[in-house]
Design a protein around this ligand. Structure first.
Ligand code: DMJ
Length: 679
């Protein structure tokens, strides 16, 4: 617990479970005077006892000494004969408690919910060549509350050229298997999926606010030195930050060429989105400056329309994760403020939120031209609002977003788990049926199914069911191979017609699939992740600048002189998006294969080559196919600092405790939130 109620519970907990009250104030001094009194009494009596002993005859003294000796021998004999059976009795009883068959009418204290799993994962055997996680090393990851590295930003960054990739794949798989005997929850086509964190399901009744995870950090270990590639990321960040600071301070986005800024919500979007990146990169000075701005300048009481989804993932998500990393309550206060101001969005006939909220007036509305909301938008705000409920103890946030998920779970109009792109805020029904994509307008629906399941301790089975079904839907309807390289890609389906079009946005999918496999889902998903990340990398490699366009079309038929990737003129821009480096990060963490780091390194160098603006900042470009003139767009999106550079830094790190994926789940804007721990 964190606030007042939490603190008092923590204070009495240890005593309370023994049925005791904590010692009252003054306990120590009372104990002290008792000791003094006892010592005093012994001093007074000592003389009279000695006198009495001297008055006894030699025989009487011998009888007394003999009796004492006899009693001592009896004591030793009875201890050895009773002690052993006692010991084995206590051992036995704890084991029996675990394996005792249930007696009708007799309830055990903690009976297993389901029988223990027979097999770990039937699918694992089918892919012997595949190792979704590296062989486990002796576990060092504790179960229970997030135990985070969360140190304050390092002042000095020490370069390190050598690193040990094996560290990056230490996972507590072995221990998890050993400890899994009693916890099976659901099986999916042979894969036994179990909650391996002793976490609580997110109940709608949230009783006590929680502490920031940084407060719970223990086992401080030596910081892992930063290597050269990470230093290059820090340099890139500083360059981007310089542009923002010089020309756009406190505004939403930097326009690095015109040395000005653009406003979207007028809330310092880049600054907020970048907060936790600065913390993770160890940029203390920059962080402090930004914090000051938040404390003194950031005001949400503004007559301004914000997009619910964007402000949730960037602002609310950014503030919550920064609160967790820094433990600074300023960020939680701001998070509560914006969270409350976004709530009017849920006041719709269907409870499916509107896309826009006026955070000053407390009114919400759909876009002017429709009463629809985007499916990805209404289903990708859950991690943040659920966490806000957990931290504040106010259940309304979680209730609102859980209701959306529950409703979407029941809706018809899905195609083997794939969802349409729009949902109506009046009727609550999907609209524009028949078009299915993993790209824009649907992407993070799939991502948040898995991530909410992880956040809540892998107990919300509907989320997992929807996720597993959707991935089957992807395999059935959207997967194809390109020519000539046979790249596996995710296309789109429109009214039964397959289109070989893939947004760069879809490149979140390999990372998400890998995360699912890491959390016990079928190894098949890891295999697909490996194929898809190769495709996403090819979306960079096959292009003249080595940077991916926004959208590609894959060739389904081999044509002489044609690559796998085709780009239409309208799609050849690059917005400094993170999805591929995001997935590279997950792939490296889970496999330890250094090729993923090397691919990320190439991408960073190409960003530096074609998007870096000498006077500060990076810019989106219009033409990835023209290295001599990539046509800078004059805009640095906030997610370049919030996501792209953060994932790069984490990708190059060999410190698995630098945002440990068994303790944190990233929101769709790369803001890490803790995986829930037992209350
Ligand atoms: C970010 O705002 C988020 O990653 C979102 O999920 C998708 N679009 C951008 C990055 O491309």
């Amino acid at each position: 617990g964190g606030g007042a109620p939490g603190a008092s519970a923590a204070g009495t907990g240890r005593w309370g479970c023994l049925g005791l009250r904590p010692p009252a104030a003054g306990w120590g001094s009372a104990l002290g005077s008792a000791r003094v009194a006892a010592a005093h009494g012994w001093g007074l009596c000592r003389g009279c006892w000695l006198g009495k002993w001297k008055q006894l005859s030699r025989l009487q003294r011998s009888v007394i000494l003999f009796l004492f000796a006899f009693l001592a021998v009896c004591g030793v004999v009875s201890y050895t004969s009773v002690g052993e059976p006692w010991k084995s009795l206590t051992n036995k009883s704890s084991e029996e408690q675990r394996s005792e068959p249930e007696v009708p009418g007799l309830k055990l204290a903690n009976p297993a919910v389901l029988p223990a799993p027979q097999k770990a994962d039937a699918n694992l055997g089918a892919y012997p060549e595949l190792s979704p996680q590296k062989p486990p090393k002796p576990p060092h990851v504790r179960r229970g509350p997030p135990n985070l590295q969360i140190r304050p930003p390092r002042r000095d960054v020490r370069p390190k050229t050598h690193h040990d990739p094996s560290r990056a794949v230490e996972e507590p798989v072995q221990t998890e298997k050993e400890e899994k005997t009693e916890k099976s929850v659901i099986s999916w086509r042979g894969a036994v999926i179990e909650p391996d964190q002793s976490t609580e399901p997110p109940s709608s009744k949230i009783k006590e606010p929680e502490k920031p995870s940084s407060v719970e950090a223990e086992d401080e270990k030596e910081p892992v030195p930063i290597n050269d590639r990470q230093l290059a990321v820090i340099e890139a960040f500083r360059h981007a930050w310089k542009g923002y600071k010089d020309f756009a301070w406190g505004h939403d986005e930097l326009k690095p060429l015109s040395k000005s800024y653009s406003e979207w919500f007028g809330l310092g979007l880049t600054l907020i989105d970048a907060l936790d990146t600065m913390w993770i990169l160890g940029l203390k000075e920059e962080f402090e400056e930004a914090r000051k701005w938040i404390a003194n300048e950031l005001v949400f009481d503004k007559n301004v329309d914000v997009n619910l989804f964007e402000s949730t993932i960037r602002i609310l998500g950014g503030l919550l994760s920064t609160y967790h990393l820094s433990g600074d309550s300023l960020f939680l206060e701001k998070a509560k403020d914006i969270g409350n101001r976004l709530m009017p969005a849920f006041k719709t006939p269907s409870k499916i939120p509107y896309s826009d909220v006026n955070i000053g007036r407390g009114t919400a509305h759909p876009p002017r031209w429709t009463s629809d909301s985007t499916v990805a938008e209404v289903t990708s705000i859950q991690l943040e609002f659920r966490e806000l409920s957990r931290l504040t103890g106010d259940e309304k946030f979680q209730k609102a977003v859980d209701e959306v998920m529950k409703h979407v779970h029941t809706l018809s109009g899905k195609n083997d788990g794939l969802v349409p792109m729009f949902i109506n805020t009046n009727s609550g029904q999907f609209t524009h049926l028949g078009v299915y994509t993993l790209g824009a307008r649907a992407d993070s629906y799939y991502e948040y199914l898995l991530k909410q399941w992880i956040q809540g301790g892998k107990k919300e089975n509907e989320l997992l069911e929807d996720y597993m079904r959707a991935i089957e839907g992807v395999k059935k309807h959207l997967l194809q191979r390109s020519q000539p390289k046979q790249l596996t890609f995710v296309g789109e389906l429109a009214h039964g017609h397959f289109s070989a079009k893939m947004d760069h946005l879809v490149c979140f999918l390999p990372g998400t699939l890998a995360l699912g496999a890491h959390n016990g889902l079928t190894a098949d998903h890891m295999k697909l992740a490996e194929a898809l990340i190769e495709t996403c990398y090819q979306m960079y490699v096959q292009v003249e600048t080595g940077l991916s366009p926004e959208i590609v079309h894959f060739n389904l038929h081999a044509q002489k002189g044609h690559k796998d990737v085709e780009i239409k003129p309208a799609d050849r821009h690059n917005l400094l998006r993170p999805e591929t480096v995001e997935s590279l990060f997950y792939m490296y963490r889970f496999t330890g294969d250094k090729k993923y780091q090397d691919w990320g390194w190439e991408i960073l160098q190409n960003f530096n080559k074609y998007t870096r603006v000498p006077t500060g900042g990076y810019t989106s470009i219009n033409n990835v196919q023209n290295p001599s003139n990539p046509e800078p767009r004059d805009k640095m999106e906030s997610f370049f600092l919030g996501e792209t550079l953060k994932y790069m830094f984490l990708l190059f790190s060999d410190d698995i405790d630098l945002i440990n994926l068994d303790k944190y789940v990233f929101n769709t804007e790369a803001h890490p939130l803790p995986i829930w721990a037992p209350a």
